[in-house]
Design a protein around this ligand. Structure first.
Ligand code: ATP
Length: 348
């Protein structure tokens, strides 16, 4: 179902507009306090915005315009919210939890239970039907919660970090389950995980300080991020600057790279490159490559099997033995070499 939404909420500095085509899954990414939960609360009818309106298919979820005011209660909206924690009714069995939605929509007891059994089967939890939530593992309870959300037949599914509370064994199972249930279904998923965005979403939207800073096709945004936040998620360095004849002039120095799309001198652009493509030297090496940026080291931290060296917005991945050889420490001036072939430059 088509969904359009626009809302402002002054005391949270929230101002967001978005549109979704039927069957699309949108991933919402953003740092803590960006407004992701606020977005869901307004869509689900738990929070009133100051202005704006939203439509889901033919239904007006809310319209804050005084001349046209409309407000649907949460249970009338056709939305279902799946929280980080499963939030199942503790006194009901898994089957009764899942049957609750259809039952409260007026289905008979037996037909609600049939629907519940179907969704328990679809979420691979049929064998757990008689158990209470306290008798389920975290992963099992979250799968039952997915069944409960879907059994209500929502037109828009809201998933708030559904993998966050799961351990490393349960998360891949849940991801696979969501991949199958989200196909052809309108859904918005809040996530901090780039893998979820890539596997589950058609589009991503980056929310920062209550405003959208970037949105678009998932692969495109992660391959060519324009916001620092998306670049961080994609594991890329992102430096902004101005296009010049040799490449891009950044605050760290000139960077040559491969331009993508039409770029003219003077245009604002971004340069993206992997930290693994950056080498660190205390003294500029002889026969130095073209891209040599000078910066002061701000942090040194473990990263996977290696070491990540940061200098402001620049990150380089080096080996522990290189760190020992170089004797790097925060505060030291260093030279960061980046092969031009590893740098992509595109319009910002
Ligand atoms: N109940 C509340 N009353 C007033 N302000 C709130 C309330 N909840 C959140 N805020 C504020 O609204 C802004 C957005 O918060 P929100 O919880 O929507 O962010 P979020 O992106 O979901 O963050 P997180 O990733 O930490 O869950 C923040 O400035 C936050 O302090």
């Amino acid at each position: 179902m088509r969904f359009d939404f626009r809302a402002t909420l002054a005391d949270r500095d929230f101002d967001v507009a978005l549109e979704m085509e039927p069957g699309q899954t949108l991933a919402v990414l953003g740092p803590n306090g960006a407004g992701k939960s606020t977005l869901f609360a307004i869509i689900a009818g738990l929070l009133r915005p100051d202005s704006g309106q939203a439509h889901l298919g033919e239904r007006t979820l809310f319209d804050m315009d005084p001349s046209n005011r409309a407000w649907l209660a949460p249970h009338e909206r056709g939305t279902a919210l799946l929280a980080q924690e499963p939030l199942l009714f503790p006194h009901l069995s898994a089957l009764e939890n899942v049957a609750f939605g259809p039952r409260s929509k007026g289905s008979s007891v037996s037909s609600s239970r049939d629907t519940a059994r179907r969704w328990l089967a679809a979420t691979d939890t049929a064998a757990l039907a008689a158990r209470r939530p306290s008798e389920l593992s975290g992963g099992q309870a979250q799968r039952v919660a997915v069944a409960r959300a879907l059994a209500a037949g929502p037109d828009l599914l809201l998933l708030d970090e559904p993998m966050a509370a799961l351990d490393i064994h349960a998360a891949p199972l849940m991801r696979r389950l969501l991949k199958s249930v989200l196909a052809q279904r309108s859904a918005i998923i809040i996530t901090h995980d780039v893998l979820d965005a890539l596997m589950l979403a058609d589009r991503v939207m980056v929310l920062e300080d209550g405003h959208i800073t970037e949105s678009g096709n998932t692969r495109e945004v992660l391959n060519k991020p324009r916001s620092r936040f998306a670049a961080g998620l994609a594991g890329l360095n992102l430096l902004g600057g101005t296009v010049c004849a040799e490449g891009i002039e950044t605050s760290y120095g000139l960077l040559a790279g491969t331009p993508e799309g039409e770029l003219a001198p003077g245009d604002r652009a971004a340069a993206a490159f992997r930290p693994s493509a950056v080498s660190v030297y205390l003294d500029p090496p002889h026969g130095s490559p073209r891209n040599m940026l000078r910066a002061s080291i701000t942090e040194i931290e473990p990263h996977g099997d290696g070491i990540r060296v940061r200098a402001g917005d620049l990150a380089a991945d080096i080996t522990p033995s290189a760190l020992a050889d170089l004797g790097l420490a925060p505060g030291a001036e260093a030279h960061f070499a980046i092969k031009a072939t590893a740098v992509t430059i595109y319009g910002a």
